[in-house]
Design a protein around this ligand. Structure first.
Ligand code: ADP
Length: 730
């Protein structure tokens, strides 16, 4: 059969991609066939084409009910008849099922997608027995293994179900993520140890990998995206809340971004997705719900705002960058605290699941902290060798561009391997490090391991150093990590050789993100406390405040208050836009009183040759909390304050405090509709005059003290102060 002609006829493609042709040949010849290919490699065609040209119906088992319809539609798109492909799952009603079954009985349908749950039913199996089945394709076959990242117990029964139909049906398994352990599980479980295995390289040579510590995240993110203006990118976050928050932060900073997560209704999701595909927006901020089945070829960057739960997930998500072979920058932000959070989420799950989850996370941490070639690390994880000096895609990661310190470490490697041998290959990394660094605990004592030769032998090096050595010797196959025993380290063949005949071994020191993160926090905090404030400029601005107040016939506190002036003397805003980002300054205030301030600051910066730190000004949305937005909207609707307080379950006092904060941060609110009833008209005038004429600092405390002999309640004073500040200051 001329497969090339069939390819052209059914799909319109001129040539096969990768191993597709051999794979299809293998399936048609009736072999069990195992396909491991990274996302985007063209797996679907490997079962679709043989299904179309083979006699009978191919059954495709897929875990993703949501995607079945897409897959069926896409096949139908290549055919004149809808009956060529169907799906069978719990979403079909009775009438629809009848149509599907009629087409199947008549032998018209070439491809049938089923969910494993459906296949589990006896009536389904009985029905399938009546049909001619060409082969069964198990898509996303890694779901079979509990050692992978997406275990589905119902996948375990697939073999049994196939046997129930007819034990001679050829089986095909396909997956984009198979570590050697998972690969073994799939073959064992599907009873296809003799299958022909086609494993494509996982090396995506055009992708650049980078991991950065998670500090000043908004700034880093905005800068990164702005440097790639107009290019498409995806930002992945772990929670829906973060998705919305980050999308908003990008939006207010002038980046065309939209959020996407499963909590939105289908319409919104479809709309946001389309806007991304059609390039009406550049960036989509999403949970991992986004991307499956999406095939945008020119995604130029994929950012992980949080580290994912497994390297399989990471690899799949980063794999959406640069599908066209062009630039694809994969940037992940790492903070060990996020890993701890993920560990917490696992609590309450069955212990074995937790253990697997922890192992997957450990690999994520190792990847983030490693200083070796990231591509080598990833490929090793997927069971592939990589030459970090000359391999295709070498030098395409941050560690290669900015190499970390390294040292000759043959001595340490030998010490480690000896320790593993001395412990009779029974211990995990943590325990081995405790032995080497001479840290005793009850377990070590009870095994008398504190008396062995290795105990304390490596104490001149710290835990972190030893972890780096263990990772590098594992990737170098001197040590083998046994997955089934949750990470016990054994000696590999190369390790045994090394013990007998030590060789030079360069150890690269891992990143120390924790230390860096703390350093950076320190810098941030001192800045926030204002120690970096420019006193000379501050005095200038203070004087300016007085003169501007005078010119406008208002008290100085109405113009700018202390914290705002301090922030200006720290940030040096020189445009009204930048000024509006200063603490306690909104756009209204900036426009009203800001002009002379920014020009004064600009002159000052120029005269004193000041290098402004304001390379990137991040507009924050954090203080626009849900409550604040709610209050502003309801005041706009002229709702009585008591009702607003009640609806938000707040006291009147707290509500007033919130409104004061709103006004202080520069937003105008109009309470006139409420004041009419709440404060008598004479009192309104008197209080307004007080703030205009007599108040010095304008605080509530001062007003309470000054007016204590008169008949005003605190609430009245506060309400009128809000009105005054809104009208005069903002
Ligand atoms: P996977 O399932 O491995 O992630 P897909 O089956 O979705 O990959 O295929 C990825 C893309 O490659 C699809 O757009 C598909 O149409 C395209 N494709 C597959 N095979 C070929 C081929 N032989 N020639 C050109 N494009 C192909």
């Amino acid at each position: 059969m001329n497969l090339q002609a069939e390819l052209k006829k059914h799909f319109g493609f001129d040539a096969f991609k990768g191993d597709q042709e051999e794979i299809i040949q293998s399936v048609i010849s009736g072999n069990d066939t195992f396909v491991i290919m990274p996302t985007g490699g063209g797996k679907s065609l490997c079962y679709q084409l043989p299904a179309l040209i083979h006699e009978g119906t191919a059954i495709v088992i897929s875990p993703l009910i949501a995607l079945m319809k897409n897959q069926v539609d896409s096949i139908r798109g290549h055919s004149e008849d809808d009956f060529v492909a169907h799906f069978l799952n719990s979403s079909l009603n009775k009438a629809e099922q009848i149509v599907v079954k009629d087409d199947l009985r008549a032998g018209r349908t070439k491809l049938l997608y089923v969910a494993p749950e459906t296949l589990n039913k006896k009536e389904t199996i009985d029905f399938f027995k009546e049909l001619t089945i060409s082969f069964v394709a198990v898509d996303e076959a890694h779901c079979i293994s509990e050692w992978g990242h997406d275990f589905r117990p119902e996948y375990r029964r697939i073999k049994e179900m196939i046997k129930g139909i007819n034990s001679k049906i050829p089986v095909m398994a396909l997956t984009a993520t198979a570590t050697p352990k998972v690969q073994g599980d799939i073959q064992k479980n599907l009873g296809m140890s003799d299958a022909r295995v086609f494993k494509a390289s996982f090396n995506r040579t055009n992708l650049f990998y980078e991991v950065r510590p998670k500090v000043e995240l908004a700034k880093q993110l905005i800068r990164f995206v702005k440097e790639r203006q107009g290019k498409s990118g995806i930002v992945y976050c772990l929670s829906r809340k973060k998705v919305e928050e980050i999308a908003e932060t990008l939006q207010v900073n002038g980046i065309k971004a939209l959020p996407y997560h499963a909590g939105f209704d289908a319409g919104t999701r479809a709309k946001n997705q389309d806007m991304f595909l059609n390039e009406d927006v550049d960036v989509i901020v999403a949970t991992i719900a986004f991307g499956m089945g999406i095939d945008k070829p020119d995604v130029r960057f994929v950012i992980h705002h949080d580290m994912p739960k497994s390297l399989e997930g990471y690899y799949q998500e980063t794999g959406r960058a640069g599908r066209d072979g062009g630039e694809g920058h994969c940037l992940a932000f790492y903070d060990y605290k996020d890993i701890e959070k993920l560990e917490k989420f696992m609590q309450g799950k069955p212990i074995s699941e937790q253990e697997v989850g922890k192992q997957l996370l450990e690999e994520v941490v190792a990847y983030a902290e490693t200083a070796m070639s990231r591509r080598k690390f990833l490929l090793h994880y997927f069971g592939e060798e990589f030459d970090e000096e000359n391999g295709e895609g070498a030098k395409m990661d941050d560690n290669a561009v900015n190499p970390r310190p390294r040292e000759e470490g043959s001595k340490w490697v030998k010490m480690l391997l000896d320790c593993v041998a001395e412990l009779k290959e029974t211990a995990k990394a943590k325990y081995i490090i405790e032995i080497l660094t001479g840290v005793s605990n009850s377990q070590i004592k009870s095994f008398r391991h504190d008396t062995i030769k290795s105990f304390g032998a490596g104490k001149e090096k710290d835990k972190k150093f030893w972890m780096a050595v263990i990772r590098q010797t594992t990737v170098g196959k001197l040590l083998i990590k046994d997955i089934e025993t949750y990470g016990v380290l054994k000696l590999g063949e190369k390790g045994k050789e090394f013990i007998a005949n030590p060789q030079p071994f360069t150890v690269i020191l891992d990143h120390d993100y924790i230390e860096r993160a703390e350093d950076d926090n320190l810098i941030l905090n001192t800045k926030a406390q204002g120690s970096a404030m420019d006193d000379k400029l501050y005095q200038l601005l203070k004087d300016l405040t007085r003169s501007v107040a005078k010119d406008n016939n208002v008290p100085p506190f109405v113009v700018f208050q202390e914290p705002s002036l301090m922030d200006m003397a720290n940030q040096y805003p020189i445009t009204l836009e930048e000024l509006a980002n200063i603490q306690g300054v909104g756009q209204g205030k900036a426009n009203k009183y800001g002009a002379s301030f920014v020009s004064t600051i600009a002159d000052y910066v120029e005269e004193n040759d000041i290098e402004r730190a304001q390379d990137i000004v991040v507009k924050s949305v954090v203080n626009k909390s849900g409550t604040k937005v709610y209050i502003i909207q309801n005041i706009d609707r002229k709702r009585p304050l008591e009702d607003i307080a009640k609806a938000r379950d707040m006291s009147m006092e707290d509500l007033l405090t919130e409104i004061e904060n709103i006004v202080e941060s520069g937003t105008k609110v109009n309470l006139d509709y409420y004041l009419g009833d709440a404060v008598d008209e004479d009192k309104q005038d008197e209080l307004y005059d007080y703030f205009m004429e007599d108040a010095e600092t304008g605080t509530i405390e001062e007003a309470m003290e000054e007016l204590k002999d008169e008949d005003y309640s605190e609430e009245e004073i506060r309400l009128m102060r809000i009105k005054f500040m809104s009208e005069v200051a903002n």
